[in-house]
Each structure stands twice: as structure tokens, then as C-alpha cells.
Design a protein around this ligand. Structure first.
Ligand code: S3P
Length: 431
């Protein structure tokens, strides 16, 4: 009888992960299901705090949302709440909900946590006012808290001054309830989950080039069931682990591969990354697949301005990856990073600098010269989930101990990340 034996080494170095459901899609799925006729059963809901914020807000608006593990059952219709709505740390919840409530009968007060109350809201409030919205906020409508007296809106034609899926989505959602047609023009294309999901709810949109037109007074019909693919922005951290930890190969299963989200893959391929994309389907208009990524010798690159919207949330982790690449990586034209959950340009430069990375802050980005050895140090998540996780990945390549203060903020999008990373490290140490 023959013995059949499998080589151990290759096997042991392989690691497989699934990531939480896509946060951007989950927010939208909950919102559209709340607006739709009929019940919606959603699977693949991520367990991060941001999505829980959206669930709570829509419950307070009178929607019946039942949750078991990563599944939601949603039905009901929106009404006036008897208390202020707390948007927590979530910019997407705040801005998209404003678009919905501007055209809904009732009075609504929106607030948020310390970080969100300092993030710009004028970018949504100004165009909503052009649609006739009765909406105002602190600092002349620039900041939360915001008060909205819902009323009948009218469609507008609006040229987006900067790429923002949150602003575009707010206007499309307001446009749904407006008289006439709302047309949004984008100079640079932002993520298009709202457009794709609206189509699943039977809404007719006219998308031509960089313009989207939506007719008002359309009725949303629940598709019955919705499935959320894995979050590419969470997968990006595992891509970085695989690329920077010598000898590792990681397979990331069932990740959303919407082209408006995966600019990072284009940049990484250009840097010489060994990565295989195995697209295997499409769920509710969103392409999905597995990613196979291996440790690679990378070289620096220039990240062009046009690609920034499709990797905006991946720039902290790209900075971490660039520190392991040979030569310079330049990210410019990314001034939006200054108004995320924290000033991410400042946070990336301060924290990576403390770990010994050669990084120079620019007004609208940063320049990393890679190849230096990293040294463990005490750094800070600065109240930003993506910073906490990006710094944890950076620490894998640092000599000695890294302490990330306030790292529990990671729970905004990926509560299990540290647990998984510990498991990955354990598996690697045993090789
Ligand atoms: C998001 C859009 C982006 C992104 C954010 C999520 C969305 O923000 O950075 O994390 O779900 O629409 P902007 O709309 O401000 O670009």
C-alpha cells in the first residue's frame, strides 16, 4: 500500500480568513429596506459599531428591525422619533440619513460623538437646501447637531465639488422623494453601492458616464432577501499582512470587488505584489471573489489623484505597506483624509514616524521612503478604527513591542481583528 503524504511547510504558511460584511453596503441595505414596501431579510451584517448605529437610528425612526447573529429582518415605515438621533462615529449614517429625512414628514435632530460633531456637514446640507430642505445645524449648518423639518423637496442638477459617495448618496436618497428629477454629476467617480442597491429595490436610475439621474416619487420594493459581501476595506489589512510578513500566503474569501472600491489592488500590482483575484460571482449587483496574496518584494510608486476615491479608506494601510517597499511612495491629492474620523494625514505621519518610518507630511498627502527597519514604540489610534488596525499591521514588522493606545476603537468596523491577528501570529510562530 502506498503512503500519501502532503508537504507541511507550504500548508502551514497558508492562512485563510473571511472578513466582516461590507460596512458601506450594510448601511445602505438597512436604509433602503427601511424605505421599502415589504419585509427584507439581510444576511452578512458586520458586527461593527457603525452598522449598529444605523440599526439603532432606524429603530428609533420606528422601523421594526430584528437581529439574530449576522442577520436582520426589517419592516415598517419611518415616523417622527421622540428624541435626538445619535449617529455615533458614523459619517455614512449621518449624511445618508439627512438625505432621507429631508423629504420625510416630521422633525428630526441628528447628533454624533465627539469626532463626528467636528466633521463637515455643509457638503450635504448646502445641496439639500438647494432642493428646498428645511435644515440647519451648528456653525451655520456646517456641523452636528443638525435639525431637520422634513418637507417636500424638488429635484436639482448638482455638480459635486469633490468626490464623496456619502454626499452623492444623500442627494440620490433625497431625490427619490423629490418632485421632478435629481441629477448628480461627479468629476471623479466615488463608490457606487447606492446606485447598485437601489436597482435591487426596483428603483430606476439613469447612469450615463459620470452622471446619475433619479426620478422622484418612486416606490421601493423589497427584494425579499439581500446578502452582504465581505468588506474590501477590512480585507485590505489582511492583504497588507500577507505582503509584508515574510513567507506568508493569505487567502481572503468572499470579498466585495466593486471596481469603485479596489483601487488599492491596481496600486499594489504596480508595486510588484503577488496577488491573485478570483472573482466568482455577483450578489445583488456587487462582484464578489477570493483574494490570494503572498509576501512580495515591493517597490514604491506614485498614487495618482484620479484613483484616490477608489482607495480613500485604504490610504493608512497603504502607508504601512509602503514602509516595506523599496524607494518612494507618493500619495498626493488626498486632502479628504484630513476630515475623516481623525486627521488621517497627521495621524499616519506622527504614528508611523514614531515607529521609525521615513515619512514626510504633505498638505494633501504623504511621502514614504521604504526599506528602513521599524522599531516598536507607543503610538495612538487617535480615535480612528482604520488607524488602530493599520498600526497593528505595522507592528508585525517592528522590532520589539508596539503599544497602540485607544486601539479598542477598531470595533467601529472590525471588532475581531486583534483576535484573528493573534491567531495568525500564533500559526506563524509555530512554523
Ligand atoms: C463612504 C464613503 C467615503 C468613505 C467612508 C464610507 C460611504 O466617504 O471614506 O468610509 O459608505 O459612502 P466620503 O463620502 O466622505 O468620501
Amino acid at each position: 500500500m502506498a503512503w500519501v503524504l502532503e508537504g507541511l511547510k507550504e500548508k502551514e504558511r497558508q492562512y485563510e480568513v473571511t472578513v466582516p460584511g461590507d460596512k458601506s453596503i450594510a448601511h445602505r441595505a438597512i436604509m433602503l429596506a427601511s424605505l421599502a414596501q415589504g419585509n427584507t431579510h439581510i444576511t452578512g451584517i458586520p458586527d461593527g459599531a457603525d452598522v449598529f448605529t444605523t440599526i439603532n437610528v432606524f429603530r428609533q425612526l420606528g422601523i421594526d428591525i430584528k437581529q439574530t447573529d449576522d442577520e436582520l429582518y426589517i419592516e415598517g415605515s419611518i415616523g417622527e422619533p421622540n428624541r435626538p438621533l445619535d449617529m455615533g462615529n458614523s459619517g455614512t449614517t449621518a449624511r445618508l440619513t439627512m438625505g432621507i429625512l429631508a423629504g420625510t414628514e416630521g422633525y428630526f435632530v441628528l447628533t454624533g460623538d465627539e469626532s463626528l460633531r467636528e466633521r463637515p456637514m455643509k457638503r450635504v446640507i448646502d445641496p439639500l437646501r438647494l432642493m428646498g430642505a428645511d435644515i440647519d445645524g451648528r456653525a451655520n449648518g456646517a456641523l452636528l447637531p443638525v435639525g431637520i423639518r422634513g418637507r417636500r423637496l424638488r429635484g436639482i442638477e448638482y455638480e459635486m465639488p469633490k468626490a464623496s459617495a456619502q454626499v452623492k448618496s444623500a442627494l440620490l436618497l433625497a431625490g427619490l422623494q423629490a418632485e421632478g428629477t435629481t441629477i448628480v454629476h461627479e468629476k471623479l467617480k466615488s463608490r457606487d453601492h447606492t446606485e447598485r442597491l437601489l436597482a435591487s429595490f426596483g428603483v430606476k436610475l439613469d447612469v450615463s458616464g459620470s452622471s446619475i439621474a433619479i426620478k422622484g416619487s418612486q416606490v421601493l420594493k423589497s427584494p425579499g432577501k439581500l446578502e452582504i459581501p465581505g468588506d474590501f476595506s477590512s480585507a485590505a489589512f489582511w492583504i497588507a499582512v500577507a505582503l509584508t510578513v515574510p513567507r506568508s500566503t493569505i487567502e481572503i474569501k468572499n470579498v466585495g470587488l466593486n471596481p469603485s472600491r479596489i483601487g488599492l489592488l491596481t496600486i499594489l500590482k504596480r508595486m510588484g505584489a503577488k496577488l491573485e483575484i478570483r472573482e466568482h460571482g455577483n450578489i445583488f449587483g456587487e462582484p464578489v471573489g477570493d483574494l490570494l496574496v503572498s509576501y512580495s518584494k515591493l517597490k514604491g510608486t506614485e498614487v495618482e489623484k484620479e484613483i484616490i476615491p477608489s482607495l480613500i479608506d485604504e490610504l493608512p494601510i497603504l502607508a504601512v505597506i509602503s514602509a516595506q517597499a523599496e524607494g518612494k511612495t507618493e500619495v498626493l491629492g488626498a486632502e479628504e483624509l484630513r476630515v475623516k474620523e481623525t486627521d488621517r494625514i497627521k495621524s499616519i505621519c506622527n504614528n508611523l514616524g514614531k515607529l521609525g518610518v521615513d515619512i514626510v507630511e504633505q498638505k494633501d498627502g504623504f511621502i514614504v521612503t521604504g526599506g528602513r527597519g521599524l522599531i516598536g514604540n507607543t503610538v495612538s489610534a487617535d480615535g480612528d478604527h482604520r488607524m488602530a488596525i493599520a498600526l497593528a499591521v505595522a507592528s508585525l514588522n517592528a522590532n520589539g513591542i508596539t503599544t497602540i493606545k485607544g486601539a479598542e476603537i477598531a470595533s467601529v468596523s472590525y471588532p475581531d481583528f486583534k483576535l484573528k491577528l493573534d491567531d495568525f501570529a500564533k500559526v506563524n510562530r509555530n512554523i
